[in-house]
Write a protein that binds this ligand. Structure first.
Ligand code: BG6
Length: 525
């Protein structure tokens, strides 16, 4: 719930000077799902909060034939459905919708870019967008390079005046593997300077992910114990209750490792494991993230089974309802599809887990277990820092294994917050110890909802702040580290399905984590 301003003195402070300068945001793939569900609602939310300039405009670019008004009507319908609180006050939406424009064109056709260029010049003159431009690639990835080349050919990569700027946001997936990511970075680099390129990873826009930095570096008490002397291991989880759903096609080609770990969870990992940056400057932070990525032990092809586990859900139960397995979903999809058919014996993983070892002084010997899966018991993303057990147990009446080691849980979503788990004496004559929680909840504490990740990231890009975007070197390093897993999993048959929908993943993941360390178990968040 958004509290009224009067009740929340923090609100003004939070706004600070973070208001976008005049600019136009051009969304390629404007008739697609991401724009409907996330981008336009995020821009509208910024507008409602008065965080966009009066000189703001958005241009949708897609193949679908529509004029400006039809596009505005479409966005009205979709924002009603997907915007937080729908469109709210219709008069506010009405004035926002006047900032929306549309060009229907083939992304491979130079004429469409001439039309776009004319429209942008027009908007500069009539809507005060000041020549500042954000191009947002929200199309299927095979169109990224053609669009980038066309933008270059139409000189739309160049600022129109010394004061104006041009930036490009590139959605995930950023490549399919290392060679394709290198190629894409190469293609982008021919047309845009790295400072103009914003590779978006919406996990970095989540308030709780950003809070990892604040938590670590704005508090004196955690950093001294943030190392191998005190931490046994770290678990990073992104579980989802949903299955592949209507994205079977995309997902069958991608799989959990590409879809969630290579990007979102490696970003989270790097924030948890990095050294303190010398400043909050974008490159100072990104340098440290890259440094820790470079310290990760690069396991080889013959070591994959000691570093990674995969799974695929079979039929099971989700939220009390019987649900199909992944392969059945593919079958059902194929039966309906008139076009491409997907492999009904798919070897694609819907669950992936990797163990990263960081070879530096801070983390020597501390495994980072990172997992993500679809059709798990619930939707939950968290980082759990598992501290070491006490060195000596004083409480004889309590069995040693009944005293859980301390855990610090950073809950990314839902129920955003932080919990510290520790042992406390139960009331009574005997000395019985039980685990209790010290809890911080975002919603309760700040009485304000966290902005949607896309709001934050769009605003950052308009402001020219790349801190929360992935830099070229980190994207490439992520692919490089995971290449052996991707290749081995592609080439070796799997014993799928190996977990029931609605469970916490394959049994192999449980034995994996406790291998050689019987006390280690996956948390059930
Ligand atoms: C996307 C993945 O990047 O992230 C999806 O492609 C996944 O498969 C989604 O469902 C999860 O995002 P969130 O914000 O719901 O955790």
């Amino acid at each position: 719930m958004i509290h009224p301003e009067v009740e929340n003195p923090l609100r003004e402070e939070m706004r600070m000077e973070r208001k976008a300068p005049p600019c136009v945001v051009v969304i390629f793939g404007a008739s697609g799902d991401l724009n409907k569900r996330k981008l336009t609602p995020a821009l509208y939310s910024l507008y409602q909060q008065h965080l966009l300039s009066n000189g703001f405009a958005m241009v949708g670019f897609s193949r679908t034939k529509m004029d400006h008004q039809a596009f505005r009507d479409l966005m009205t319908e979709t924002t009603k459905e997907f915007g937080e609180g729908g469109i709210g006050d219709p008069s506010v939406w009405e004035s926002f919708s006047q900032t929306l424009f549309y060009i229907s064109g083939d992304p491979n056709n130079p004429e469409a870019y001439q039309q776009l260029s004319d429209l942008l010049n027009n908007l500069d003159r009539e809507h005060g967008t000041a020549g500042n431009r954000v191009f947002y690639l929200s199309t299927p990835p095979e169109l990224y390079t053609p669009i980038i080349k066309q933008l270059g050919a139409a000189k739309l990569n160049q600022a129109v005046s010394p004061e104006s700027w041009v930036r490009i946001i590139i959605e995930k997936p950023f490549g399919y593997d290392l060679p394709s990511a290198l190629r894409l970075n190469g293609d982008v680099g021919v047309v845009f300077n790295e400072e103009q390129v914003y590779r978006i990873d919406h996990y970095l826009g989540k308030e709780t992910v950003q809070n990892i930095l604040a938590f670590r570096f704005a508090n004196g008490i955690f950093e001294p114990i943030w190392n191998h002397n005190f931490i046994d291991h770290v678990q990073i989880t992104a579980a989802e209750a949903v299955g592949a759903g209507d994205r079977v096609g995309y997902y069958e080609a991608a799989g959990a490792l590409r879809d969630m770990i290579q990007n979102h969870l490696l970003q989270v990992f790097s924030l948890v494991a990095m050294e303190p940056p010398v400043s909050l400057d974008a490159n100072a932070i990104r340098d440290e993230k890259q440094k820790v990525m470079m310290a990760v032990y690069p396991f080889g092809y013959d070591e994959v089974s000691r570093f990674a586990v995969r799974g695929q859900y079979g039929a099971g139960t989700s939220n009390g309802k019987a649900v199909a397995g992944f392969r059945e979903e593919i079958k059902a999809f194929n039966e309906k599809s008139k076009g491409h058919k997907y492999n009904e014996e798919s070897n694609t993983e819907t669950y992936a887990m990797v163990r990263l070892m960081v070879n530096n002084w801070r983390w020597a010997g501390v495994p980072f277990f990172i997992r993500s899966g679809k059709r798990m018991p619930k939707r939950v993303s968290e980082v759990a820092i598992q501290f070491k057990r006490v060195p000596h147990l004083l409480f004889r009446q309590t069995k040693a294994d009944r005293i859980e080691p301390n855990t610090l849980v950073i809950r990314i979503q839902p129920d955003e917050g932080i919990t510290l788990k520790f042992g406390a004496k139960m009331p009574g004559q005997a000395m019985h110890i039980r685990e209790v929680n010290m809890d911080f909840q975002y919603g309760e504490q700040f009485g304000r909802h966290s902005p949607e990740a896309y709001e934050r990231l769009l605003l950052d890009c308009m402001l020219g702040d790349p801190t929360l975007f992935a830099r070229r070197d980190m994207v490439e390093k992520g692919w490089e580290l995971l290449t052996p897993v991707l290749d081995v999993w592609r080439d070796e048959p799997a014993n799928f399905p190996n977990y029931e929908a609605g469970s916490w993943g394959p049994a192999e993941a449980d034995t994996f984590i406790s291998h050689g360390a019987a006390h280690r178990r996956w948390r059930k968040p």
